[in-house]
Design a binder for this molecule. Sequence first.
Ligand code: COA
Length: 330
Amino acid sequence: MARSAVLCGLGSYLPTRVVTNADIAAELDTTDEWITTRTGIRQRHVVDPEQCTSGLAVAAGREALDSAGLDIVDYVVVATTTPDRLCPATGPTVAARLGLGTVPAFDISAVCSGFLYGLQSGRALIGAGLAETVLLIGAESFTSLVDPADRGTRPIFGDGAGAVVLRAGAADEPGAILAVTLHSDGTEADLITVEGGGARARLGGDPTPAYIRMQGRSTFVTAVTRMEEVTRHTLTEVGWTVNEVDRIAGHQANARILHSLAKHLGLPAEAAITHLREVGNTAGASIPLALHHGQRTGLLRPGHRVVLPAFGAGATWGAAALTWPNLKQP
Ligand code: COA
């Protein structure tokens, strides 16, 4: 049996401060009703400056290590769009604060698909025999990129972190990552951008603030199409029919995107885990947070066949498939 990466630990952390739709509606030209019906989001958690992305990542990572029963790993990978600083990467800070010594640690920048890109990296390291264990964390202080005056983005995004531990195992074990399919299309880079802070803006002397700009409607349509394509491809790769899928634990961008995806695939809306009601869109953290939510609430049960599709800035997109393992309750 081929050597595989097996998901064996799960953790999460959400900052304690909660911002409701009513709080946002008190400051912007929007309503709780608009945000709820157009996105499915009712509230989001927002980080304090003292805590920031590394703090969220450390808390989620520690819980994942506890759940896996490990106190050391061979690699640390942090998927984030919002590193503490532009330089250095956040991974080494997280590894040091977790007491993991001089373990190799790096960041992945693939925005809302970052967790899937990290999953593929961890899987490849384990599959090639270069690592026995990998701690993969998706962590975001995404609200730091949001223009407080932009009603098109402010209601959508939230902060948080989710983490998984991967270990070497066999492909027929529950928790084995059976497939990860990834794509990118840089011709769609302008769908979602943060110009300020990047080399292009700095070299051009552009004082544009580092705020996210999103073409919401185009992103919505492209996201549904791409996620359906990549989910179908991934199912073919693992040999599952659509009807054999128990749960979609997808990137939590918009409840309507997740329900449209389920409908296009021919699955009931309830097959899609929708955690964004409580946390909003947390970009690179959203899939592991959705997995943690599924585990905690019993929406994910051992033996469930689960697909994890995502679409985000880049454009980047992808999907992964696994059979849900029997994890120690985080
Ligand atoms: N409150 C009230 N009205 C708002 C609003 C808000 N917060 N934001 C936008 N509107 C208005 C628009 O101005 C527009 O008004 P108009 O018809 O008078 O021009 C109207 O609502 C419809 O705007 P539109 O952008 O077409 O809405 P939408 O139904 O597409 O919903 C998003 C907007 C952002 C929620 C939705 O497009 C979305 O979720 N997109 C995908 C996001 C995503 O997947 N990101 C990828 C990962 S980060």
